[in-house]
Write a protein that binds this ligand. Sequence first.
Ligand code: NAD
Ligand code: UDX
Length: 343
Amino acid sequence: MASNGNNHVSTKPPPEPSPLRKAKFFQANMRILVTGGAGFIGSHLVDKLMENEKNEVIVADNYFTGSKDNLKKWIGHPRFELIRHDVTEPLLIEVDQIYHLACPASPIFYKYNPVKTIKTNVIGTLNMLGLAKRTGARILLTSTSEVYGDPLVHPQDETYWGNVNPIGVRSCYDEGKRVAETLMFDYHRQHGIEIRIARIFNTYGPRMNIDDGRVVSNFIAQAIRDEPLTVQLPGTQTRSFCYVSDMVNGLMRLMDGENTGPINIGNPGEFTMLELAENVKELINPEVKIITVENTPDDPRQRKPDITKAKELLGWEPKVKLRDGLPLMEEDFRDRLGISRKK
Ligand SMILES: NC(=O)c1ccc[n+]([C@@H]2O[C@H](COP(=O)([O-])OP(=O)(O)OC[C@H]3O[C@@H](n4cnc5c(N)ncnc54)[C@H](O)[C@@H]3O)[C@@H](O)[C@H]2O)c1
Ligand SMILES: O=c1ccn([C@@H]2O[C@H](COP(=O)(O)OP(=O)(O)O[C@H]3OC[C@@H](O)[C@H](O)[C@H]3O)[C@@H](O)[C@H]2O)c(=O)[nH]1
């Protein structure tokens, strides 16, 4: 049975998957649900899952921050189905695997309706665990580095319990994800559900919403539009940025491997926000100004994943360096903004 190496092993056998999955006379397809599959990471995950002809992919998304446009190449494909569905409502379908991503991820969006964000994390995860229990599906939760809050341990490994403000403006998201992780382990221990938990660190790449509000998309859009890059004070706070193709590979390895997690998935290359702005300026628009602006409450001061566990248990590590990933994202943003590079 899968374990995280910490005595969190379930005492129950996992529920039986549907008899169709053990097809004797014809090839069994894997039916995979991706909640939040119309969003940034979700749509890249769908692209990768659809490459395998044995997979059928179902996306359930309420389009709060995602869009059908991200999935347009799959709409109408016989192995693909798109459902407008809010995960705070139960979903009755038959599946073998669930990638549970549904949740706004950018601070400006998760703070917009914090009660809804908490409901999405708690009720949404309960509903997806209920679906996993009924169908015997394996379920992967995309948790976050935000469970470490404003970390006092650096870099963060999975044994760190975090430093989280339970009543702050970010709590709907970080405490929401902490409860979601608790629910996953309780369903695992109590009902034998096969679970996987990824703690994702800041991820960037093509298809991020142009007005997403996260730092990489902000800086790239600003650099392309000749607007000043807005570094929030103090500018010395750090983040570690993972390119989306690396992230998707890590998530799939976790789902298909034998470890429950939680496992950090991220790129350990650490940058201050001033360094990030300088990189964007140098690579995308050397003329652009860098300015400082006010920050928001409870902004974590440092963040860098310890990925020893991902390397050892999943054989995974990121390949794309920040300076190689930024130009790939620039190309996509220029296309969508209709602004080509100055000669
Ligand atoms: N991108 C990152 O840096 C990062 C870091 C840590 C964790 N994560 C996690 O990864 C997941 C995907 O993040 P993303 O960056 O692709 O964000 P995103 O905002 O682009 O995607 C989230 C998707 O979930 C959908 N959604 C939101 N609430 C929903 C609900 N109640 N019912 C159904 N669908 C709903 C949105 O419409 C969107 O398509 C999230 O769970 C997020 O918490 C992302
Ligand atoms: O224009 C900006 C936007 C943001 N920032 C700074 O950039 C840093 C990163 O901010 P982002 O909004 O991109 O993302 P955060 O790291 O705060 O949160 C993210 O963490 C991991 C995921 O769970 C989520 O995707 C999101 O919550 C912060 O220190 C913020 O102050 C700027 O300097 N300028």
